[in-house]
Write a protein that binds this ligand. Structure first.
Ligand SMILES: O=C(O)c1ccccc1NCC(=O)[C@H](O)[C@H](O)COP(=O)(O)O
Length: 214
């Protein structure tokens, strides 16, 4: 199972987290977020990160032109779309050479049929908890709902993920989880990650998910 560390904001903290070799690193380009990184990280710095890390631009309801411009300037390899982006929007990002992660917010219930038109337009789905802020709430949705997911597109599991998931991997064993997305539960302040804690989590995840099907 892969690991995505999201909501990185500060250069020294990014460098420290880079040493852990996460599979994905997420950078938020949504100004209302406390993790907005457009003023703290330069394109040159992000472009210089190791090629093994799939750097990911995170956007909420931005124009296609702006998403593609920021992705080109920061050298992002993937885009994570947290708003009401359409399947055509996702497809245009794919055609521009980006890996596409489309986010769906899960509330008390989930209408799985809304995923259908996105299946040809995305590489992965990311399921996050429904909140007015679009992301970074630290809250979990009811993972039991994932038992209704058809598993066709591999998913990133997100929303309040922390070490306690390691005891719950059993409930999730028939769910097509490609990666875990971690964010606010590993922070001392918004955008500042506790790298030592992530290091421990990554090792524990590797042991616990040994033999996991993804
Ligand atoms: O983190 C934010 O502030 C944020 C704001 C708006 C859109 C997306 C945002 N985060 C993107 C992520 O992928 C988060 O990791 C995801 O929402 C889960 O966060 P958390 O519940 O804190 O683990």
């Amino acid at each position: 199972m892969k690991l995505k560390v999201c909501g990185m904001k500060y250069p020294d903290n990014v460098s420290a987290a880079t040493a852990l070799a996460p599979d994905y690193m997420g950078f938020i380009f949504y100004k209302p977020s406390k993790r907005y990184c457009g003023e703290t990280l330069t394109p040159a710095f992000v472009k210089g990160l190791p090629a093994s890390i799939i750097t990911t631009g995170v956007f909420v309801n931005e124009s296609l032109e702006k998403v593609l411009r920021i992705c080109a300037s920061y050298g992002f390899k993937a885009v994570q779309l947290h708003g009401h982006e359409t399947p055509d929007f996702c497809l245009s990002c794919k055609e521009a050479g980006l890996e596409v992660i489309k986010v769906f917010h899960v509330g008390e219930e989930m209408d799985w049929s809304i995923l259908e038109p996105y299946k040809k337009a995305t590489d992965y789905f990311l399921f996050d908890t429904k909140t007015p802020e679009y992301g970074g709430s630290g809250n979990r949705f009811n993972w039991e709902l994932l038992k209704q997911y058809d598993n066709e597109i591999p998913l990133f599991l997100s929303g309040g993920v922390d070490e306690t998931i390691l005891e719950e991997l059993d409930i999730l064993k028939n769910v097509n989880i490609y990666a875990l997305d971690i964010n606010s539960r590993f922070e001392s302040e918004p955008g500042l990650k506790d790298v030592a804690r992530i290091k421990k989590f990554k090792s524990a995840l590797i042991s616990a998910s040994d033999g996991y099907h993804s």
